[in-house]
Design a protein around this ligand. Structure first.
Ligand code: GMT
Length: 388
């Protein structure tokens, strides 16, 4: 199948997921066309069956704000038409779903049929999308998409709650590629960050207020009082200054290592003993799943879709949002005893296997097949075999 994937090419979960999905589909022989404004960061060097179409952003001086959505729509029209795509799969509703809808209408006027699937990722529904300035457009696009998927049951429920839609939404959870079980931790690499008798706690995010990264530092502070540890912070964003200030206030700067935005998070996660995700809200928590897949247990909040991923007392523990003390106690429970820690590490990996890419990818492929066939059928019924 020839599939156009529209995504944010950055470090955010939706972009990571969409890129990994495209790469996996390409490996299975599908032709994948990524359509976005810069090379997706997770694309790496794998290129067979993969094409990248850059959406150029104009800088005409009349515009205080560049019309990205219009440029994206034109690019979609062009790529669908000349690459003869079968399907568009857009990740994150704003503004990808409305661009896909408009491209579909433009192509329809030219006798070309292109169905589109919208995958909802989280903040496009729970934070940004439900805002009155976006809501009517998002509602319309959800209703007009040929299919809609959500990355968790929780996000599906949130969508029905916030938007005026009753259309079916299929839950296809995020996935991860499971590393072979037998690769040991690279101790030489680990020693660059911590001594052998220290535990490593880790967090990865875009440092937005919704992630509550200051809670990460506070939990770490409590844990370190009892267990010698280091904290690895992966990523960057608006709250980084607050986090650094808090580290100074608590006197933990020499124990907190902020590595910034990095491409390959798996190596750092692998040397960690615990992943912290205290988010205010989280549709899924892909970073936590990535940590679990390399055998790292998770201490998290119990909000949104996180309980669908992190299982209480098995892959880690869950606490109420903002309950630093409970999170710290749970972290100490896992980290204080070697055999308990090893048990949680194994269980975290076992839990992550529920989201193995080999289980999830066929769900997307089945949906693609169904959408393309259904759309072809209704187009032919309306316009005949040769379009309008
Ligand atoms: O908040 C982020 O990490 C970014 C955001 C995105 O769209 O890139 O993440 C959302 O989508 C991820 C992939 O489906 C989910 O794993 C995250 O839970 C979700 N973030 C929130 O709901 C806050």
């Amino acid at each position: 199948m020839k599939i156009g994937i529209v995504l944010y090419p950055t470090y955010g979960g939706s972009g990571v997921l969409a890129t990994e999905l495209g790469k996996a589909l390409a490996r299975k022989g599908h032709q994948i066309h990524f359509i976005t404004y810069s090379q997706p960061v997770r694309l790496g060097s794998f290129r067979e069956n993969i094409f990248y179409h850059e959406v150029a952003i104009s800088n005409y001086p009349l515009f205080d704000y560049q019309p990205y959505e219009t440029e994206l729509t034109s690019k979609l029209v062009d790529v669908v038409k000349y690459e003869k795509l079968d399907l568009l799969h857009v990740h994150y509703a704003i503004p990808h779903a409305s661009a896909a809808y408009l491209a579909k209408q433009i192509l329809l006027a030219q006798g070309i049929n292109i169905p589109f699937i919208t995958t909802l990722h989280g903040t496009d529904i729970t934070l940004v999308g439900k805002d009155k300035s976006f809501e009517p457009v998002i509602t319309f696009c959800i209703n007009q998409s040929d299919a809609v998927t959500a990355v968790s049951e929780s996000l599906k429920e949130d969508t029905y709650y916030h938007f005026d839609t009753h259309r079916p939404i299929e839950v296809i959870p995020n996935f991860v590629s499971i590393c072979p079980d037998n690769k040991p931790v690279n101790m030489e690499f680990r020693r660059k960050y911590a001594n052998d008798d220290e535990r490593i706690l880790c967090h990865a995010s875009n440092f937005r207020p919704v992630k509550r990264v200051e809670d990460v530092v506070r939990v770490f502070y409590e844990v370190h009082k009892e267990i010698p540890s280091k904290l690895l912070l992966i990523g960057d964003g608006p709250d980084r200054h607050n986090v650094e200030r808090l580290c100074r206030d608590l006197g933990t700067c020499n124990r907190v290592i902020t590595v910034g935005k990095i491409r390959d998070t798996a190596n750092l996660m692998k040397i960690s003993d615990l992943f912290l995700l205290p988010s205010e809200t989280e549709s899924f928590g892909l970073a936590a799943l990535e940590a679990m897949s390399v055998g790292v247990p998770v201490v998290s909040s119990n909000t949104g879709g996180i309980p669908e991923v992190n299982k209480q007392g098995f892959s880690g523990y869950l606490s109420n949002v903002g309950d630093i003390e409970d999170m710290a106690q749970n972290a100490i429970k896992i980290l204080s005893d070697h055999s308990i820690l090893n048990q949680f590490k194994q269980q975290a990996k076992t839990q992550s296997k529920l989201f193995d890419i080999d289980k999830i990818l066929p769900q997307y492929e089945a949906l693609y097949q169904e959408v393309v066939e259904k759309s072809k059928k209704s187009f032919t019924e309306k316009y005949g075999d040769f379009g309008m």
